[in-house]
Write a protein that binds this ligand. Structure first.
Ligand code: ADP
Ligand code: MG
Length: 210
């Protein structure tokens, strides 16, 4: 397999997996061929990409996979430079362990509160276990929905320091443009000037992980 594989995972719903998957994939698309694999049975990534009615097509192919995620990822990995796996919000299904068996990097979006961070502690165990079989696996927290114009709370900073997965320097701010882009079925890169600040922070995340 030639593709670099990113799994976007958190067993909690609503932390920004699909938002990060789609915009991160659009950011990667400037650097190579990207495929998003929607492994969430809710299928939000697939719905998203089918929304764009005008010529601002989502720049990345999205497919839904119900079968063996690892096998399919290996197969598609021949034809793409990057795969982005939008994982289901659960640790109980096989999809999560398969995603972590083929991923190079796991990105874990969390909301900026210690409570939300610690709610993902079981994912840390799952990642540690996956590392025993997949030695090169790396993982990063991506703080999402950062409040504009306010620094991370002291409690959150401390929680991030104690947490076993290091956080990326760059996170995503809470911006209406992320929701608007999703509604229109495009990435923040297609939102013109209004999306520029968001596109910039996604670019920073791409730079930081590549
Ligand atoms: N940085 C952000 N700013 C504003 N809204 C966001 C942001 N990240 C996510 N959202 C919104 O929060 C909701 C949940 O995000 P989503 O990516 O669907 O989470 P998940 O895939 O983990 O369930 C969506 O309505 C999404 O548009
Ligand atoms: Mg989702």
């Amino acid at each position: 397999m030639s593709a670099r594989v990113f799994a976007i995972a958190n067993q909690k719903g609503g932390t920004g997996k699909t938002t990060l998957s789609m915009n991160f994939a659009a950011g990667l698309a400037k650097r190579g061929r990207v495929l998003v694999i929607d492994a969430d049975p809710q299928g939000s990534a697939g719905q998203w990409s089918s929304l764009a009615a005008d010529d601002r097509q989502f720049p990345v192919s999205v497919i839904a996979i119900g079968g063996n995620l690892a096998r399919e990822a290996q197969r598609f990995g021949q034809d793409y430079d990057f795969l982005v796996l939008d994982c289901p919000p659960t640790l109980e299904t096989e999809a999560m362990s398969l995603a972590m068996s083929v991923a190079d990097t796991v990105l874990v979006p969390v909301l900026p509160s210690p409570v939300d961070l610690w709610a993902s502690i079981r994912l840390v165990d799952a990642i540690e276990q996956a590392k025993m079989r997949n030695r090169g696996l790396t993982a990063h927290i991506v703080v999402n929905q950062l409040e504009p114009r306010s620094a991370l709370s002291h409690a959150m900073q401390q929680a991030l320091e104690e947490f076993d997965i290091p956080a990326l320097k760059n996170g995503l701010r809470r911006r209406a443009i992320y929701r608007n882009a999703a509604i229109e079925g495009v990435s923040v890169y297609c939102m013109g000037k209004r999306g520029a600040a968001a596109a910039e922070e996604i670019d920073e995340i791409v730079k930081e992980v590549l």
